[in-house]
Design a protein around this ligand. Structure first.
Ligand code: 2AM
Ligand code: CA
Ligand code: CA
Ligand code: CA
Length: 254
């Protein structure tokens, strides 16, 4: 299955790159900074068609095209974020990625995050027992504490100081705001960030979560509960040491 998925991702990436050369059709979703383009929708449709040619019974949970409320817990579910970092895609023509995850009966089996412009594919999970950066196997990052590393954050969360984001940031070596959830996961998987604190939907965190857990790191959702896979929620993903410190900060301030 993983070979097929990697093939679809590379093919989709070619469409994305040629889409960048054409005039993008950009629409607003919820306000002037929440955008969707024709490429987001076309890439999702393309991947969904490939999935259904491969497995007609597979279910789809995807950000675009009205496929955003499929339950995760029954059957084989493909979770798709066709372009993660759409605002970067429109404004920078880089720093965006394609993400796919596969869940079977609610268990994450495979995650894929493809940084299209850097040609960097992080993929893996329980189905293959490993995580790869292109062809190279990744080893588990060092279990660094919050004060030893950089932490990714959502800008609004930091500015409004929700969930004690500012104290978390000040305890760390510094915050990073990448505008693309997938790239925060890539940084964590490579060991250049110790965590990520944000407000995310299932397609934002599915692939990254599967690979983080494969490498011994942890994630939690709203109210220190497991991720719900329903709608947008508070998200923390971190090394085990940093997660304990972040949770201690949250509890101390309650
Ligand atoms: P997207 O580009 O696929 O929408 C930006 O901070 C990051 O958070 C991107 O990965 C973006 O994914 C994601 N995100 C999740 N919910 C968002 C929202 N309501 N508005 C903007 N970005 C959102
Ligand atoms: Ca979006
Ligand atoms: Ca996204
Ligand atoms: Ca998206």
């Amino acid at each position: 299955m993983e070979k097929e998925i990697i093939g679809w991702i590379y093919e989709a990436a070619e469409k994305v790159k040629s889409g960048l050369g054409d005039a993008l059709k950009v629409d607003q979703k919820n306000g002037r900074t929440d955008l969707v383009t024709n490429v987001d929708k076309e890439v999702q449709d393309f991947i969904v068609k490939k999935i259904h040619d491969y497995d007609p019974k597979a279910l789809i949970l995807g950000e675009e095209n009205g496929q955003d409320d499929t339950p995760i817990d029954k059957g084989r579910v493909f979770v798709i974020d066709p372009i993660d970092g759409t605002l970067n895609f429109v404004m920078q023509q880089e720093n965006f990625c394609i993400m796919i995850a596969v869940y079977e009966e609610g268990v994450g089996q495979l995650g894929f995050i493809y940084d299209v412009m850097r040609d960097e594919l992080l993929w893996g999970g329980p189905k293959v027992g490993k995580v790869y950066n292109n062809k190279e196997e990744l080893s588990a990052p060092e279990n660094k504490s919050l004060s030893e590393g950089l932490i990714g954050m959502n800008a609004a969360l930091y500015r409004k100081d929700l969930f004690h984001a500012q104290e978390i940031g000040q305890t760390s070596m510094g915050i990073r705001v990448l505008g693309c959830a997938g790239l925060d996961f890539v940084a964590i998987l490579k060991g250049t960030q110790i965590g990520y604190v944000s407000m995310l939907s299932p397609w934002d965190y599915a692939a990254g979560t599967i690979m983080m857990e494969q490498l011994g790191m942890t994630v939690i959702g709203e109210n220190q509960q497991p991720l719900s896979f329903k709608g947008r929620e508070f998200f923390i993903g971190a090394t085990q040491a940093a997660m304990a410190e972040i949770q201690a900060i949250s509890k101390a301030n309650h």
